[in-house]
Design a protein around this ligand. Sequence first.
Ligand code: SF4
Length: 242
Amino acid sequence: MIRIHSVESLGTFDGPGVRMVLFLQGCNFKCLYCANPDTIELNGESRPYDYDELMKLARSQRPFFGKRGGITVSGGEPLMQASAITPFFSMLKAEGFNTCIDTNGSYLNDAVKELLQYTDLVLLDIKEINEEAHRKMTGMTNKATLRMAEYLHEINKTVWVRYVLVPGYTDDEEHLHELGRFLQPMTNIQKLEIQPYHKLGIHKYKSLGWKYELEGVEQNTPEQLKKAKEIFGQYVREVVVN
Ligand code: SF4
């Protein structure tokens, strides 16, 4: 059983091609910009799905996946349920589906290592390379995430790094260079996706009764996005703005 908040069909944002995206419930971070704050609380609105139901869903959507598409588990933080995902991914791989995990990278244990054996691609969300800025944005240390990046390099797992560029919070140019230098030796990183800051989830904060801390933060200017792309491009072979 996997505890799932919601299922998106025909997703084109979380991994290659057209995908079925499962948003799992529960996250150990509390990012100020989180667009899915309703997935953070472990006991938030969600329900358990069994493997039969999930496999039926995957098979029914297969005609839309084409050569590149497949299944992504996102969240929330999916690695909190790593041991529950492994049997599902194992079944998916046995039927030739492409599998992908979108994670903040803060869990690395035996269950996660096993799950990675059935995972084609990891979308690794790095929130900030600077520890203080990371704590300010997420409430947590970044050490485990950076260790995960190193581990994924060690096992040569294909990774797309994702980076949300928040004006005044995660766009310090020296931090971007530092992250670039950290990633540069990692030949397993296929690309880095810069995700512009947006406020699409803000209405969810109101319904949760939570304060949205980034109220006064404006969206990125084209110049800010261009600058970040230029900096990361000095270190990572492919950089895109989503
Ligand atoms: S890690 Fe992702 S799901 Fe968790 S709080 Fe941050 S943005 Fe939201």
